[in-house]
Unconditional design. Structure first.
Lengths: 262, 295, 280
């Protein structure tokens, strides 16, 4: 049942986008508003934006999830407050994040339309998903493990490093994948923060168009943009696939190493 | 959770450092919401002053350029589309997580999971694009005009199902293996094991998944804008076009000035209100449930 | 490599983050010898102005032209606030905006579109008015087949909508729409997917799509065919100027850019984006 629409969508993308796809499409710059040329600079900007986003969101998410599950009791007021506000935050529409990011990062903090503001705005956006999934996997670790670690006299830091984090890795990974999925796919929030410029970025302070913004622009704004919109969507989905596969591969490597070293 | 602040023997400087930084991070993350709300209030203040809260309910319709600002029908639009999507997506998401974890052969399960992960990463623009090109014409042929509440619900279902499935799957993976062994030793059929043992133990995880999906559906903008029809009206059946609060912001924000702009920020605040309401209801339900099952 | 290394690595990244930030902040001043033009506004104009900007950059290698979208009103607001050097508006300046300086760089028209399978060949202004106000709800009322009409309207605040209402002497409240859309291509895709739909979009886009096998047909207005030709000749009744807006009379680099955008050097770019260049 679930497979049908998936195959339908993918088939549609492949059917319409495959013959547009080539080595030069992925690496060259767009021409004639994206109808011709490629998506090279856009791909680089996207990677930079997602990098900034994850570089900020993962440490913050891990820390918050640790705090929520290990340092507060489940019904503690502060914990519930933070948890509640994160749930609400998860429901804030991306366009509101875009306007918020535009006001906070671009104007108040003076970063302007830039990859940095885009990444930070996205970090605010994916944080709730990341925290909730990671926290969930911390909760799922059975209490005996914590107690036996405590009985062995391990310090809290060691317990977290050696026992909790490895055990929570699958959850962290799901969180990262969901978060990445949202970050890579985001349109509305990025139009107002990282901008529309399709030039090769020279620094994190440059404005850079993301793949999703490019797709939206081609599909909704440029007559005859459809073929390249399909091809770009295909590249985007491929990118997500690579990220997913490699992250689960790294995770399996890490857990096996960790078991050996422990 | 047991907070083991005094039951460790060794305490290192690292512990305090970690506690401090972790607490700081948590406060920042929590504080983010207040920043966002403060920002929304700041931006919608002119609307509250010049228009007044009651008019968002009592005005006959939404024609902001002609000074008429009613949001109730869009609140309905958002609520109906989201509820529909959650009703469709949760059983599918949870069932496919169960299938993947308990029924499917490992290889199929791995590929299935990978596929759903991929589905989670398809940008909403692509969903919307596909909906506009494929789904809407099909529905339109069946029951014109096509862009409607039902197409919004279907697209949202597709979008939030991966979230629900992945989160449920992660929490299924954490069911202690001993529980499964015990129940199969007791001769439970697979289904009754799932129903009586697995689902109750993973309830919290499933719930989180549904909540995340719900929040995503409420906040979704681009795809909904492309398939829902965006006519401001309270829908009377599934094939009526609707406009959601998010689509309202996305459609008009770029072209709005003055009170109109402030009124759009008001719709953002309304949306946050709806989300807060849903979240607190869910929280209350969850508390009652844990209480009942503890007895 | 144990997992903990990863965790402390990320922690370190978080601590180093602010430093990186500070560096990034200082960075642009360090290479400020090149000038930067910031242009924001209309999503219709953004692809065109991006292309013009690209050509401008090749002529002035030290200059960077950053084009951002967000809608005509945003362009004007940003220009007034000083956030942008130039605003883009896909309409003429309104009476309360006369203190700003507008420079027209191209023209665009608005046309009524139907699905190709719809046998209706022409509609009078009165018929269009009656369809949009909901007094004609079936194509048989205007000489078509017996099926209900799906009215596609634009969202509040769009300059296309304002122009349309103005031309037909309607107010948005009178219109009984079945679908409300945002950008041009969404309108075209909606009409192409529904045999009973009627909508209105930018002429250039519609002409391109109709020529490339998308299932829409452009209707003439007052017997004047909707083409870029008739817009260029000034005969087509529904047209709008694409305007670059500045706060004070353009000077320096801004003036160089606007002069460039109005010059014949960019006419091929304007034609490529399916708009109508200035005469002469």
């Amino acid at each position: 049942m679930v497979t049908i629409p998936f195959i339908w969508i993918m088939g549609d993308l492949l059917w319409n986008g495959w013959d547009q796809l080539s080595f030069s499409f992925v690496f060259s710059a767009p021409q004639n508003a994206g109808r011709e040329g490629g998506i090279g600079p856009i791909l680089i900007s996207t990677l930079l934006i997602v990098g900034v986003c994850m570089g900020t969101a993962v440490p913050m998410g891990l820390g918050t999830a640790l705090f929520l599950s290990e340092y507060t009791r489940h019904d503690h007021v502060l914990g519930r407050l933070i948890r509640g506000s994160l749930d609400v935050l998860a429901g804030v529409p991306s366009i509101v994040f875009g306007l918020f990011g535009n006001a906070l990062f671009c104007q108040i903090l003076g970063l302007g339309f830039s990859i940095l503001s885009g990444g930070l705005t996205l970090a605010c956006m994916v944080l709730p998903i990341l925290i909730r999934t990671v926290e969930e996997s911390f909760h799922a670790i059975s209490q005996e493990q914590r107690l036996s670690a405590a009985a062995l006299g391990l310090s809290k830091t060691t317990t977290i490093r050696r026992i909790l984090l490895p055990a929570a890795l699958p959850g962290l990974l799901v969180g990262i994948i969901l978060g990445l999925g949202r970050a890579v796919a985001e349109t509305a929030a990025l139009i107002f923060t990282s901008g529309y410029v399709a030039r090769m970025p020279e620094s994190l302070m440059d404005s850079g168009r993301s793949l999703a913004v490019h797709i939206y622009d081609l599909a909704m704004n440029v007559a005859g943009g459809n073929p390249h919109a399909y091809a770009t969507a295909l590249v985007l989905v491929g990118l997500v696939f690579i990220i997913n596969v490699s992250s689960s591969w790294i995770a399996s490597r890490w857990t096996s190493c960790n078991r050996l070293s422990a | 959770m047991i907070s083991f602040s005094s039951n460790t023997l060794s305490r290192s400087r690292g512990d305090f450092l970690l506690l401090g930084s972790v607490r700081l991070l948590a406060l920042t993350a929590g504080g983010l919401l207040f920043l966002v709300v403060a920002f929304l209030f700041h931006e919608s203040w002119p609307a509250l002053q010049n228009i007044g809260l009651s008019r968002f309910f009592s005005d006959p319709d939404w024609y902001p350029t002609e000074n008429s600002y009613q949001l109730t029908s869009m609140v309905w639009g958002s609520l109906l589309a989201t509820t529909g999507a959650v009703l469709f997506a949760s059983p599918f998401g949870i069932l496919s997580a169960l299938f993947c974890h308990f029924y499917a052969p490992p290889l199929l399960a791995r590929w299935y999971r990978r596929m759903v992960e991929l589905l989670a990463g398809i940008p909403s623009v692509v969903f919307g694009f596909w909906g506009l090109m494929v789904l809407v014409p099909i529905i339109g042929r069946w029951h014109p005009p096509g862009p409607s509440l039902i197409s919004g619900i279907l697209i949202l279902t597709l979008m939030i199902m991966p979230t629900i499935m992945l989160v449920s799957h992660a929490s299924l993976a954490h069911v202690p293996i001993a529980l499964i062994h015990t129940s199969s030793a007791l001769g439970f059929s697979r289904w009754s094991m799932i129903w009586h043992v697995i689902l109750p133990t993973t309830r919290m995880g499933l719930f989180t998944g549904i909540l995340l999906g719900l929040a995503r559906a409420l906040g979704e903008t681009m795809a909904v804008l492309m398939v829902c029809g965006n006519v401001v009206q309270t829908p009377s059946h599934l094939f009526d076009p609707v406009r959601t609060l998010t689509a309202n912001i996305a459609l008009e924000m770029a072209y709005a000035l003055g009170d109109h702009r402030a009124a759009l920020f008001m719709s953002g605040l309304f949306l946050m209100g709806v989300v807060a309401l849903v979240v607190s209801t869910a929280e209350a339900l969850r508390h009652r449930n844990t209480y009942v099952s503890a007895k | 490599m144990p997992f903990s290394t990863f965790f402390f690595f990320t922690l370190r990244v978080f601590l180093v983050g602010p430093l990186l930030w500070a560096w990034a902040w200082e960075y642009p001043s360090a290479r400020a010898e090149g000038e930067r033009l910031i242009i924001t506004g209309s999503s219709t104009m953004a692809p065109l102005v991006s292309e013009i900007g690209k050509r401008f950059e090749t002529l002035h290698p030290k200059v960077r032209v950053d084009v951002q979208t967000g809608g005509s009103s945003r362009g004007i607001a940003d220009t007034v606030n000083g956030l942008a050097d130039i605003g883009m508006a896909s309409r003429a300046l309104k009476s309360q905006e006369q203190h700003l300086n507008g420079s027209v760089i191209a023209h665009d028209g608005i046309t009524i579109i139907l699905h190709t399978s719809n046998p209706v060949q022409e509609l009078t202004d009165d018929q269009i008015r009656s369809i949009y106000t909901g007094s004609s709800t079936n194509w048989s009322h205007v000489g078509g087949p017996d099926s209900g009409i799906t009215v596609v309207n634009k969202a509040e605040g769009r300059s296309t909508l304002e122009l349309f209402l103005d031309y037909f002497h309607l107010s948005n409240r009178d219109i009984h729409a079945h679908v409300v859309i945002g950008d041009n291509e969404q309108g075209i895709k909606t009409v192409a997917g529904n045999p009973n739909a009627i909508g209105y979009v930018s002429i250039g886009t519609a002409q391109y799509d109709a020529a490339h096998g998308i299932g829409i047909r452009l209707l003439a207005l007052q017997h004047i065919p909707a083409t870029l030709e008739t817009v260029r000749e000034g005969r087509f009744p529904l047209s709008r100027p694409l305007t670059l807006v500045t706060k004070s009379p353009p000077a320096g680099l801004v003036k160089t850019f606007i002069d460039f955008a109005q010059s014949p050097q960019v006419h091929d770019l304007i034609l490529q984006q399916y708009f109508v260049p200035l005469q002469g």
